[in-house]
Design a protein around this ligand. Structure first.
Ligand code: F7E
Length: 320
């Protein structure tokens, strides 16, 4: 698409950099940290971007109860620091002074903001009732993005992303935990998979489709927020059934529930209404649930076969 892409990395001798370079090829890396305002200003000054995508967060919901303050700092206030870096580097003062050539900003908002849902399916105007410190921090980032758009005329938009998955998903999240677990059991590396609430339901889509939506949102003539999801919901039990069937196993022979994975407050059921994205952006997901899970299971079988069963252990699938 003619993009020159820069990625922000944090920390000293960050062990993920080597892995990132293998995965991402042409992406250039620059140092910076969402906890450090100056580093973000320096990064924006150095790169002079046309578009900034804030996909960074502490994103594992259970961890947000363990490290609530850090989650607020990174997932919530981190958005403020990125917006401030853009504002300062663009020379925008207190007045509404949008101008040509302004930097466009995308914020990855989350369906976790709906939490205990007020209506179903969820649209851009459904009220929020977050159920975790993560959801609360995301709601802050969402409102702040709107506020910078309204206060300074910035081209700042939020995509309210429902769960988006791929073979690159960390193994602490339920889809990958299940596809990796099914593959390990199939290949004889493990016999059992321990999970939490099997009745929770999510609108799971393919991450590649969602990234396409982000880019479309920034290519519009005027800034607006959009719900991005498939409109189809499945339970964790249906997910497990689909993944185990993909490797010819019956999940009931292998899956046990474990209270260690039950959350202090649960989001029971999420389902997107992506009509606005369809009507205004022309966006639709290309990959459905069955195809997504089959893709993830196949990738995990292949990964395990080539790594001798150790795949996924760098993330761990322990209880929180
Ligand atoms: O849980 C249930 C769990 O951790 C999904 C993040 O990307 O999407 C993600 O958040 C459901 C929950 O994702 C296990 O209780 C049952 O109801 O895969 P998850 P999430 O919490 O929905 C949103 C949109 C984000 O923004 C987040 O950053 O599955 N569940 N048993 C389990 N979940 C996990 N992780 N592990 C289990 O053993």
């Amino acid at each position: 698409m003619g993009y020159e892409v820069w990625g922000l990395i944090r920390g000293q001798a960050n062990p993920r950099v080597r892995h990132l370079r293998q995965l991402l090829g042409d992406v250039r890396l620059i140092r910076g940290d969402l906890l450090d305002q100056g580093s973000l200003i320096a990064a924006v000054e150095r790169v002079q971007p046309d578009e900034v995508y804030n996909l960074a967060a502490i994103s594992y919901v259970p961890m947000s109860w363990q490290q609530a303050e850090l989650t607020g700092e990174v997932t919530g206030l981190g958005v403020l620091r990125v917006l401030e870096a853009i504002r300062v580097c663009s020379g925008i003062s207190s007045s509404r002074t949008p101008g040509r050539g302004q930097i466009r900003f995308y914020q990855a908002s989350s369906s976790e903001m709906y939490g205990q849902v007020r209506e179903s399916p969820q649209t851009e105007s459904t009220p929020f009732h977050p159920r975790s410190p993560y959801g609360v921090a995301k709601a802050y980032g969402h409102f702040l993005t709107q506020n910078y758009r309204e206060s300074y005329g910035m081209f700042a938009v939020s995509g309210i992303m429902f769960n988006h998955e791929s073979p690159r998903r960390g193994s602490e999240f339920v889809t990958r935990k299940v596809t990796l677990g099914a593959a390990k059991i199939k290949l004889g590396y493990e016999r059992q998979l321990r999970l939490g609430n099997m009745h929770a339901s999510r609108d799971w889509g393919f991450a590649g489709d969602y990234v396409r939506a982000m880019q479309m949102m920034l290519a519009q003539d005027s800034p607006a927020d959009y719900v991005i999801g498939t409109g189809v919901t499945h339970s964790v039990e249906q997910l497990v059934d689909t993944a185990f069937r993909a490797v010819g196993l019956n999940w009931r022979d292998h899956v046990v529930t474990d209270a260690a994975f039950i959350r202090p407050a649960e989001v029971d059921r999420l389902c997107a209404d992506p009509s606005k994205a369809k009507d205004e952006l022309g966006w639709e997901p290309k990959i459905g649930f069955e195809e997504l899970i089959a893709m993830m299971v196949d990738a995990d079988v292949e990964l395990l076969a080539s790594s001798g069963g150790s795949a996924g252990e760098e993330f761990g699938t322990d209880s929180w």
